[in-house]
Design a protein around this ligand. Structure first.
Ligand code: HEC
Length: 126
């Protein structure tokens, strides 16, 4: 995954290492399918490839209340998504299909945890 390697290199030379690693992963990987607008802000939903990120984050945050459990769920889910694990409504899965398995497969545990932590603390809060 070239994009991810580039992102990692950028992070290594960045002074904001921990704060921006999750965001860099979102921009390079997750935003290929997820968008940052809330569902109601999107006029034409026909081009969406995945449920909007704030909604996904809020649904998982509601299901898991605390950061440790959220991070555990998300960092595992992106490596191995399954229908049983999925917290989003069946409707989302019926419409978009399950998230592809290979997304987090080449990411390190540290990378998977840093995107999850960044989501928990930054996405869908307003
Ligand atoms: C190739 C498209 C694609 C990419 C890239 C992608 N996702 Fe997804 N994601 C989906 C789809 C489709 C769903 C809705 C179905 C589902 O829940 O699996 C989803 C759902 C999710 C969910 C909800 C799981 C649940 O409980 O239902 C989480 C969390 C998530 N994505 C996180 C991420 C993160 C973090 C990244 C980046 C590392 C990412 N996704 C990249 C397509 C993608």
């Amino acid at each position: 995954m070239k994009i991810l390697i580039t992102a990692t290199l950028l992070i290594m030379i960045s002074p904001f290492t921990i704060a921006s690693e999750g965001e860099a992963i979102y921009k390079n990987v997750c935003s290929q399918c997820h968008v940052m607008q809330m569902g109601w802000q999107i006029k034409d939903k026909s081009t969406l490839k995945a449920p909007p990120f704030p909604g996904v984050t809020n649904a998982v945050r509601r299901a898991y209340g605390n950061e440790a459990q959220f991070v555990e769920f998300v960092s595992n889910y992106i490596k191995n998504p399954t229908r049983i694990r999925a917290r989003t409504k069946d409707m989302a899965i019926d419409r978009f299909g399950l998230m592809p398995k290979n997304i987090g497969a080449e990411m390190s545990k540290e990378e998977r945890e840093s995107i999850a932590k960044w989501m928990f603390n930054n996405v869908g809060l307003d």
